[in-house]
Write a protein that binds this ligand. Structure first.
Ligand code: LLP
Length: 388
């Protein structure tokens, strides 16, 4: 992805910036589309992972729906041409304003996260003389075996409705005349690489759908959420997630009844490998105990390492052509922000590095640019696109 010519071209550009590999994005979308269509599955793109306008336009071209978590995401999805009938709206704290906006736009479905929210949507829909379509986000208490900061499907998490509350949900659904029950929704966490976890999720979904059907509810939509992980260690050799195996688990283990639709909400797996953060070494600080590479990018551009102890492969592009056998040095690769946690990674093995060297922080397409901030009154990070 970073050949000699590309690196020479990047060298002359002002850093830091996100560098989008659009070819990787397209190939990933194609792979996901092919693997999901084979089983008739519907994929909604979880916009929170990356709402860069060009990225959204490309994703929409492939016919995916949109999974939104704010009124502004709903607006952006519509502005970028996602069909309203393919927009779902999730989130544990939807405001009245956001619910009203989604009602006005007649989106496909609200994924409701509490019994109180059901009543609020019902009241707001009634005031507009509308019927809101609803899926219930249920907490299946399945352990995602991922980092605890990005686990969402356990009883102790704030998301979703716990199964012991389902009788209350059933009563609410029966009493709320302005709600139309479509189905059930789950999302157990992010960066999940163990397919056994999804198998366990299927088992729980099957049990929960039986519970609803035993009480006379018809389930039209089974929404299994997202969470499929990507390979942060090997972005060049393994840039596309194994969508085949992922969808196959659901095909095999989910009890899909005639007429039911199966929905997915993938974010990271669709966009993660499609961007790198490109930065420059500002200073090399050789200390007694540690050597530091101080970059011109930090937690304001990519906060994942600082917030979730997330691993991103770091490469010195300017020294890429140097022999693999040349001596390597250990550096703590840090940013310029006035916070001790502003460190991308400690003790990174890199060739001897110098002021002005270009550094790539790989696999930064998901939850990268969108989580950037202007803390320390920094400039907003730029984006550059390449067809490679
Ligand atoms: N559906 C729901 C309801 C979600 O909450 C999420 C992500 C997704 C789908 C998409 O999950 P994905 O396929 O991207 O794993 N900022 C964190 C990740 C937070 C995920 C939030 N929810 C990170 O950088 O690791």
């Amino acid at each position: 992805m970073f050949d000699k010519n590309t690196i020479a071209r990047l060298q002359s550009l002002e850093t830091p910036f996100y560098y989008y590999h659009l070819d990787v994005l397209r190939k990933t979308l194609e792979a996901c589309k092919a693997a999901s269509s084979k089983h008739g599955f519907h994929v909604h793109y979880a916009m929170k992972a990356n709402f860069n306008p060009l990225v959204l336009d490309i994703i929409r071209e492939y016919g995916f729906g949109a999974d939104c978590v704010s009124g502004n995401e709903v607006k952006a999805a519509i502005a970028h041409g996602f069909g309203k009938e393919n927009i779902v709206f999730a989130g544990v704290g939807k405001s009245d304003k956001e619910i009203n906006l989604a009602l006005d736009e007649d989106i496909f479905c609200f994924n409701a996260e509490s019994v109180q929210e059901l009543h609020v949507i019902d009241e707001l829909a009634k005031a507009k003389n509308k019927v809101a379509k609803i899926a219930i986000r249920i907490n299946p208490n399945v352990d995602a075996h991922t980092h605890h900061f990005i686990t969402t499907g356990l009883d102790e998490n704030k998301f979703g409705i716990n199964t012991w509350q389902l009788p209350e949900v059933a009563t609410a659904l029966r009493n709320c005349a302005n709600l139309q029950f479509l189905g059930i929704h789950f999302h157990i966490g992010s960066q999940i690489t163990d397919m056994e976890v999804y198998k366990n999720l299927c088992t729980r979904i099957n049990e929960i759908q039986d519970w609803f059907e035993d009480r006379g509810f018809t389930i039209k939509v089974l929404n299994t959420g997202g969470g499929l992980g990507i390979d942060y260690q090997n972005p060049d050799t393994n840039s596309i997630s194994d969508f085949e195996s992922y969808f196959k688990v659901f095909k095999q283990f989910l009890n899909v009844k005639p007429g039911q639709e199966v929905h997915f909400e993938l974010g990271r797996a669709l966009v993660g490998q499609s961007a790198s953060l490109i930065s420059r070494v500002l200073y090399v600080k050789n200390g007694q105990k540690k050597n530091f590479l101080v970059l011109d990018a930090g937690m304001t551009e990519l906060i994942r390492p600082m917030l979730y102890q997330a691993y991103h492969l770091i490469e010195n592009l300017s020294r890429k052509s140097e022999s693999k056998d040349s001596q390597s040095y250990k550096y703590d690769v840090v940013g310029p922000i006035c916070e001790s946690t502003d460190c991308f990674q400690k003790d990174v093995d890199l060739p001897e590095s110098f002021r002005g060297d270009l550094i790539a922080v790989r696999t930064a397409g998901a939850y990268g640019e969108v989580m950037a901030s202007s803390y320390n009154l920094r400039d907003r990070v730029a984006s550059i696109y390449s067809e490679e």
